[in-house]
Design a protein. Structure first.
Lengths: 257, 489
């Protein structure tokens, strides 16, 4: 059942929240060394899926295995890139401070930040192409530079599985290209990335496989087989009236509890 | 206030015979102040030191609550300590303890503060109830319970003697050496907890989601932060009182934000501001015996905040307006240089000798842009002070050699950007001058390099790109006319 070579296995995952979005019976496997895109309309539960994988939101049912173990046991092998808008970019820290946060797990609760940690953080910043901004305060960064900072923070973790929440949203063309190159070099190094993505045009170019998600998995598999017009229409077109009504009923019931 | 009057009366009697009444007042206050400043009285030393340490600790903890955007949690928690004080007084005798003992009362305060913290976290976790509701409910219910309990306590003679109501507004004068030790120990504990959890707390405040994904427990860290707030409130009750405690937790941190962009420095500055406020406040309320210490400490805090807001080195009002003015001045200077250069551009092509004589009369320049006579004059003055222009014998503004070089650089940038807007952004040629104007002043070197790479391959090698539009301004047309005449002849 549990397979240590599978970076991410999601089985029968349902998240029912007192507010939307909700995901139902989501099931898919991610093979090692692949770039996987999660694609679907707004409110399809893409972010919720990632958060449920990381135990950030409670699961109603289902299980998640990361390299054959639970999230808690494999946490150190996972790098997370949250949405850029989720934090206050006016916070009094430098770019290097933010990247160093990726090493906190390794440094430990009472350990000290050594020079080698800072050097690792600088290397990660060089890798994403903003090495010269290391000592800037984060409020001086552009949107693309913010995204690169988050990416560097995940890179410095040297994780085996990366979960990224819309790294391409509202970044400049140069940043988008830089992110793609980093993803490809990750793949070349045998790492795996699961990326929430919005821009349908670039999906076949960027990802080896896709998960088409709209509250449930519409289709998943290698991009050239699954990323078809028909599947996209099923994902984006036609609202799931019945499922929505059921969700609404569930919510009403929950309110009374 | 009556303390001041007593003091005045005393001095008046003393110096009444020689008539220098006012001098006497000053003398007397000075004598008291100097004896305080030299800490000749043991009690003053205790009080001032206690208030100082309290301020330092509160300032540091306040940084994190402010950055967590939970500044008002401090207010709810400080109010939540009151029922603990009343209950401790009433129940301590049952356990064989002295209800009037400070330690017992403060332990009660801390316990009910922690209960308040747990209540906030619980209410917040309920669906459809948000933080503000949780804070409002906990603050009012706990404070209400505290007021009711205190009323009960006040009805007994021992209760009245215990003077529990001093915890509401604070009274440094009642502080003893034991209290100061307690404050010192608690402040040290706070500092230790912050140092030990500095990274976790930073991560909690900056990026909750990432912290959680890294395995940090958010509720536990929130509870730790609230525990720190309760500790601070507990030791602050005596000096500042629970109603004004929030000031010590918010104001120093908010003031420190104007001085720095680094968290560790912010923590230190905030501690310093809190410490100075505690020190000055306690000192003043010792000099003027009846000035309420809590209010004076908070007012000092407020004053320091106001000063930080104005003069803060990183984001203070003054620094920001200076930066703005600097930028505006730089833009004006660029306009002036480019204006002179462009006015004489057609002439320069006619004769090589004209290249070195880039001059324009004041009126020509004035008609170039919508700037006032005064503003243009001061720009010319500034530019000539910098050695970029000089007033030649004909009274025209002429570029110096350095001025020409600078102007050519500016024209180069401006034209590049105009070209880019026309060829890549489809901006109409008639509008492009204004658009380029808005952006060119912030162009960074690497952006210029990319623009050059993009646009100049197609241009003839060397020299500046030609302006894609007719340069506006009355005298330019005149220059154009004279150029045509030159060609005809």
């Amino acid at each position: 059942m549990s397979d240590q070579s599978v970076p991410l296995r999601v089985q029968d995952l349902t998240v029912a929240w007192h507010r939307r979005p909700v995901i139902w019976d989501v099931e898919f496997d991610v093979s090692p060394g692949r770039l996987v895109g999660i694609v679907g309309p707004n409110g399809a539960g893409k972010s919720t899926l990632l958060k449920a994988v990381m135990d950030l939101v409670p699961k109603a049912s289902g299980r998640v295995e990361i390299f054959g173990r639970s999230w808690r046991e494999s946490r150190h092998r996972v790098g997370y890139v949250p949405q850029r808008e989720s934090v206050d970019w006016d916070f009094p820290v430098s770019v290097l401070d933010v990247v160093t946060m990726g090493l906190y797990g390794r440094i430990g609760w009472f350990g000290r930040v050594h020079r080698r940690h800072r050097e690792a953080a600088r290397r990660a910043l060089e890798q994403v192409g903003i090495g010269e901004l290391a000592d800037r305060q984060i409020s001086q960064l552009s949107g693309g530079q913010q995204q690169r900072t988050f990416l560097a923070r995940a890179l410095v973790q040297e994780a085996d599985l990366y979960l990224m929440d819309e790294p391409f949203s509202a970044v400049d063309a140069a940043t988008e290209q830089a992110i793609v190159e980093i993803l490809r070099s990750m793949r070349a190094a045998g790492r795996t990335a699961v990326v929430i993505h919005h821009d349908l045009h670039t999906v076949p170019d960027y990802f080896d496989s896709v998960v088409l998600l709209n509250m449930r998995v519409v289709a998943e598999g290698p991009t050239q087989q699954v990323f078809t017009r028909e599947n996209l229409e099923r994902t984006y077109g036609g609202r799931l009236t019945l499922l929505e009504e059921a969700t609404e009923a569930l919510r009403r019931q929950e309110r009374r509890l | 206030m009556s303390g001041i009057f007593q003091c005045l009366n005393f001095a008046g009697q003393l110096r009444a015979e020689d008539g220098s009444w006012l001098l006497g007042v000053a003398d007397s206050v000075w004598v008291r102040l100097s004896s305080l400043l030299l800490f000749q009285h043991y009690n003053t030393r205790v009080v001032v030191l206690g208030a100082l340490l309290l301020g330092v600790a509160a300032g540091m903890v306040g940084c994190f609550t402010l950055l967590r955007r939970r500044a008002l949690v401090g207010d709810a928690l400080s109010h939540a300590t009151l029922p603990g004080v009343g209950l401790a007084f009433l129940l301590a005798p049952l356990a064989g303890l002295d209800g009037g003992s400070r330690l017992v009362l403060l332990a009660g305060a801390a316990a009910s503060g922690i209960a308040g913290a747990v209540a906030i976290l619980f209410i917040r976790s309920l669906p459809r109830l948000k933080e503000d509701a949780a804070l409002g409910i906990v603050l009012s219910v706990f404070f209400g319970a505290g007021v009711a309990l205190l009323t009960v306590v006040q009805q007994s003679p021992t209760g009245r003697a215990a003077g529990l109501d001093r915890y509401i507004f604070g009274q440094t004068a009642s502080m003893t050496a034991d209290d100061a030790w307690l404050i010192a120990a608690t402040a040290a504990l706070t500092a230790l907890l912050i140092a030990g959890n500095f990274r976790s707390l930073t991560l909690l405040c900056f990026d909750e989601g990432y912290a959680s994904a890294q395995g940090y427990s958010i509720p536990l860290l929130d509870l730790l932060l609230m525990f720190l707030v309760v500790l601070i409130t507990m030791i602050g009750l005596q000096a500042v009182g629970l109603i004004l405690m929030i000031a010590m937790l918010v104001i120093p941190a908010a003031a420190a934000r104007f001085w720095t962009n680094r968290l560790l420095v912010m923590l230190l500055i905030s501690g310093l501001i809190g410490g100075v406020s505690g020190f000055v406040g306690a000192l003043l309320s010792a000099v003027f015996a009846d000035l309420p210490s809590g209010a004076v400490i908070v007012l000092t805090c407020g004053l320091l905040f106001f000063l930080s807001l104005l003069f803060g080195g990183e984001r203070g009002v003054l620094v920001r307006s200076l930066r703005r003015r600097e930028l505006a001045a730089a833009i004006d200077r660029e306009h002036l240089l480019r204006g002179i250069w462009e006015l004489r551009e057609p002439l320069a092509e006619r004769s090589a000798a004209e290249i070195d004589r880039r001059a324009a009369s004041f009126d020509e320049l004035l008609s170039l842009r919508s700037w006032s006579v005064g503003r243009l004059r001061s720009q010319i003055r500034h530019a000539s002070a910098e050695g970029l222009v000089w007033l030649n014998s004909e009274g025209a503004v002429e570029l110096t050699r350095r001025g020409v070089m600078e102007a050519e650089r500016l024209v180069h940038h401006h034209r590049l950007w105009e070209l880019y807007l026309i060829t890549h952004a489809d901006v109409a040629a008639s509008r492009v001058d204004r658009e380029a104007d808005a952006i060119e002043h912030v162009l960074e070197p690497e952006l210029i390099a990319r623009l050059e790479q993009l646009l100049l391959q197609r241009q003839r090698s060397g020299g500046l790109p030609a302006s894609p539009h007719q340069i506006t301004g009355v005298s330019t047309q005149a220059a154009g006319v004279s150029l045509q005449e030159g060609q005809q002849s």
